[in-house]
Structure formats: C-alpha cells, structure tokens
Design a protein around this ligand. Structure first.
Ligand code: COA
Length: 329
C-alpha cells in the first residue's frame, strides 16, 4: 500500500437554498404528521429551491465556495464533473450549464448519472482520470433540485427529499492521505423500483404522461429500503477489505442520508458505534448526490476531520447503484 498513488480532496463547499419546508408545513399539504415523518424517516425539515433556481444554480454556488475554500480560481481546474438526477435540461449536461456559469471555457465538462450514488461514482471516475494524467485537478459537484420532480400530493414520497449541492476539488495526493480504496456496483434489473418514468425516449412527454404524473419520482419505498441496507453494508465491507482495514479502523462513517432507519440498520450491521455515524438527514432530508459532499464539508467545519482520520463513505440509489469509498484525511 505504501507507494500506491491516490487522489485527495483539497477543498469542499456546499450550498442549500434558504427556503425551509418543515414537517408542520407538510401536515398542511398532505395527510401526514410530524410524528410519522420523524419516526419513519428521521427528517424534520428540508430545503426547497426557488422557482428560478435550477440544479446548476445550486451546483454553481457550491463550486464557488469549494474553490474559495481551497484558495483556487476557476483557471486552476481542468475538468468539471457534475453528478445529479435532476438535470437543468435532458441535454446538454448540467456540467455544461455549470461551466457556463463559472466561465470555465478552457475545460471539458460532463455529468455522472448514477442515482444517489453519483457522487461516489464521480470520485471513482475522477481518480482514474487524475491518475492516468488526463486531468490534474477535478471539480466534482453533486447537486439536486428534487423538489422539482416531487409529487407534492403523494405523501409516500414528498416528505423524504430536499434540494442542495456539495462540491469537492480533487487532485493527486503527494503523501499517504486520500482515497485508499473503493467498491462500486449496479443492478439494472431493479431499475423499476425507483425512477422518473416519463420524459425520456422510453416514454416521451405527452399530455397523457403529464396527466398520469409520470414526470415525478416514483418509488417502491419498502423495497428500496431492504436493498439499501443490504447493499450499503456489502459495499462498506468490500471497500474496507480492499483498503486492508477493518471496521475497527473507521473513525467516521458517512452513509447516504435517505432514512435514519436505513442509516441505523447499516451502522448496526457493520457494528459501528453510533457516535461515529454522521447524520444530518434531520435538517436536509434526502438530497441524493449532495448528501456526501455536504457531510464532508460540515464535518470539516466542525473540525471533526483531522489528518489521519479514516472515513468510510457509503451510498445507494436508483439503478440500483451502490458504492463505498475508504478515505484517509
Ligand atoms: N405520512 C403518514 N403515513 C404515511 C406516509 C406519510 N408521509 N407515507 C406513507 N404512509 C403510510 C402508508 O400509506 C402505509 O399505510 P398503510 O399501511 O395504510 O398502507 C404506512 O404508512 C406504511 O407504509 P410503508 O411504505 O410500509 O412505510 P415504511 O415504514 O416502509 O416507510 C419509507 C416508508 C418510504 C419512509 C421507507 O420505506 C423508506 O425510507 N424507503 C427507502 C426510501 C429511499 O431511501 N429512497 C431513496 C433511495 S436513494
């Protein structure tokens, strides 16, 4: 392991919209209660983008903050990757809208779409590109405006999601800190359990697709739940094995923030003490690909990450996709 080349995060930032939607607000919109939402999901409030804000607007702000945090300018970046499931437009990629906003016309830009696992898939893609010499410094952003594809009349889904974006700047590490290992997988046979059914070429937009609410997120919640617990456990175990580490080496576990019961179940399966498990789902809900970069930045702000801290990142999402990254700060 000693001489293994690896990438590291040199700056982070995040942005969430100002508008807060509480469980009390949702009680006025659908047949639900604060008690049900908190006990079944752990969520108390979430952020909602304004009518004018698209995903790239949130990403842009997160990117500016990450650049500032790493004392870099746009000129220091040579690739933009954006993971999201709520693009500004089906094409071009949201990464190109972000590039336009940053005036970074010297760099290539593309999206990495992998459900809620997109940020970790993005880190893995960035690692390859950096270590192969294709890119020197990558701006990786995970951003969503899930509120725009949420059916606000469906209590099964509308209480769960929120909007936000997080960004990280990645480059090759010069010491033994950085990404130690990863594990990633997908199972497309389960794609129908979590999807936006219309608006693509399988089911193009029509008056009928709009009338049937097919442009909203659809999910078989309890099926997703079972797979998430199993696969996130598997991913973290495999990634740890590949890093030559054990569960006891984990200082901080950052799981995808989809449901506190999923987080608790994965933590229990891995036997990770609760105080090592990061949770902010109460404040933001499930912000999909933005969960992990927001978590990393919040932990840095709280000074909970120090040189040498071993962090395990773990995510699961539509596809299904799942992945884990073991990281030494
Ligand atoms: N308020 C009150 N009741 C609600 C409700 C709400 N917001 N949403 C659902 N219910 C009801 C259901 O209608 C159902 O009622 P019924 O028994 O009369 O039919 C009951 O609560 C239980 O529903 P169920 O789906 O079995 O609940 P659950 O314990 O599985 O929790 C989820 C539902 C969606 C919170 C949970 O399954 C989940 O989090 N799944 C994973 C979602 C996820 O992570 N998605 C993204 C992956 S990246």
């Amino acid at each position: 392991m000693a001489n293994k080349r690896r990438i590291k995060i040199i700056g982070t930032g995040f942005y969430v919209p100002d508008q807060i939607l509480t469980n009390a607000d949702l009680e006025k919109m659908v047949d639900t209660t604060d008690e049900w939402i908190v006990s079944r999901s752990g969520i108390r409030e979430r952020r909602i983008a304004s009518a004018e804000q698209a995903t790239s607007d949130l990403c842009l702000e997160a990117a500016r903050r990450a650049l500032k945090n790493s004392h870099l300018s746009v000129k220091d970046i040579d690739l933009i990757l954006v993971s999201n499931n709520t693009p500004d437009t089906l094409f071009p990629a949201t990464a190109c809208w972000v590039q336009q906003g940053l005036q970074a016309d010297h760099v290539p830009a593309f999206d990495v779409v992998a459900g809620c696992t997109g940020f970790l898939y993005g880190m893995i893609v960035a690692e390859s590109l950096i270590l192969s010499g294709t890119a020197r410094r990558v701006l990786l952003i995970g951003g969503e405006t899930l509120s725009k594809i949420t059916n606000w009349k469906d209590r099964n889904t509308c209480v769960l999601f929120g909007d936000g974006a997080g960004a990280a700047i990645l480059e090759e590490s010069k010491d033994d800190s950085g990404m130690l290992s990863f594990y990633w997988k997908a199972d497309g046979s389960l794609a129908n359990l979590l999807l936006m059914p219309a608006g693509g070429t399988r089911n193009p937009a029509s008056l009928q697709t709009v009338a049937e609410n097919l442009h909203y997120l659809h999910m078989k919640g309890n099926e997703v739940f079972k797979h998430a617990v199993k696969r996130m456990g598997e991913a973290a175990e495999e990634a740890l094995k590949r890093a030559g580490l054990t569960k006891d080496d984990i200082d901080i576990f950052i799981p995808h923030q989809a449901n506190i019961r999923i987080i608790d179940a994965v933590g229990e399966r891995l036997k990770i003490p609760k105080e090592k498990v990061f949770v902010n789902i109460d404040r933001y809900g499930n912000v999909s690909v933005a969960c992990i970069p927001i978590a990393i930045h919040e932990l840095r702000q709280q000074k909970k990450i120090k040189p040498g801290t071993i962090i395990v990142l773990d995510a699961f999402g539509a596809g299904f996709t799942w992945a884990s990254v073991v990281y030494r700060w």
